[in-house]
Design a protein around this ligand. Structure first.
Ligand SMILES: [Zn+2]
Length: 291
């Protein structure tokens, strides 16, 4: 299992913001202190403008350089374009690892799934998963499925992948919730699975299982996973009901589909994030869940 990360992703922050460097540093500590999973630590690679520009407008790239907050949730920080590009670079390393037959998890920030073609929003600046999907399609993959189990709808990923040939997008999320979209399917290839706030855990699990079944019916040759851990019962930002063992089950279920896949960290704001990620990785590697 490759874990793609480096110190670059902890070099920016805004005081009081839930999307904070400790999300990564505590997870790195947890993963380095365990001996159950053999992990290889890999830094992000480089990314070229042409790869980003399949998903984003030149105007967004220019906007990232302007020192003004993007919205109330999405601060401008010194060198934010560099941090955002490193996160994309990690996604591309994860994509390559999956194609080489390895398990891979990008443990980076900023997340990406709310960033649209033209707009940074919702803690996201560049859409890591959409850029990776479009890179895969441009370099030989024929059927790429993106699945997003972050508790928030990936409005940016949906907008970028909408009606793009060769790919599908499946999002399971709380609705109503930020950003307000995701109540119904959109276009020919974007499928949404809304779950009501405070829905029972069984309902959330059944909805995830339904989405995984639909994804499998698409018969992807590659799966890109937006792995958010904020549908966790104790996450402060939403009203989900999942437990650590559900994230283990998600990893195991994705493994069970048999197609190569790679995962990118999106949200997840509780202090238990390291345990949730560890549980997920154990599932991905086919290890049993132990609390
Ligand atoms: Zn989220």
């Amino acid at each position: 299992m490759k874990i793609i990360t480096d110190d670059r992703c902890t070099g920016y922050s805004r005081e009081g913001h839930p999307e904070r460097p400790a999300r990564i540093t505590t997870t790195v500590e947890r993963l380095k202190s365990q001996t159950e999973l053999p992990l290889t630590w890999v830094p992000p690679g480089n990314v070229e403008d042409a790869q980003i520009l399949r998903a984003h407008s030149p105007e967004l790239l220019a906007r990232l350089e302007i020192p003004h907050d993007f919205d109330a949730d999405t601060p401008f920080c010194e060198n934010i374009p560099g941090f955002a590009r490193a996160s994309v670079g990690a996604a591309l390393v994860a994509l390559k690892a999956a194609r080489d037959g390895e398990n891979a998890f990008s443990l980076m920030r900023p997340p990406g799934h709310h960033a649209t073609r033209d707009q940074a929003m919702g803690f996201c600046y560049l859409n890591n998963i959409a850029i990776a999907v479009l890179e895969a399609l441009a370099t030989g993959s024929k059927r790429v499925a993106a699945i997003d189990f972050d508790v928030h709808h990936g409005n940016g990923t949906e907008a970028i992948l909408l009606d793009q040939p060769g790919c599908t997008y499946f999002s399971i999320h709380q609705f109503p919730c930020y950003p307000g979209s995701g109540s119904t399917d959109v276009g020919t290839n974007c499928f949404n699975y809304p779950v009501a706030p405070d829905a029972p855990r069984e309902t959330y699990r059944a909805t995830l299982a339904r989405a995984l079944g639909d994804l499998n019916n698409f018969q992807p040759d590659l799966i890109a996973v937006s792995a958010g851990f904020d549908a966790y019962a104790r996450d402060p930002l939403a009203d989900g009901s999942l437990l650590a063992e559900d994230f283990h089950w998600l990893g195991q279920s994705l493994r069970g589909l048999g197609a190569p896949f790679f995962s990118l960290l999106e949200g997840g704001y509780s202090r238990d994030l390291p345990e949730l990620i560890f549980a997920y990785l154990k599932g991905v590697e086919g290890h049993k869940f132990h609390q």
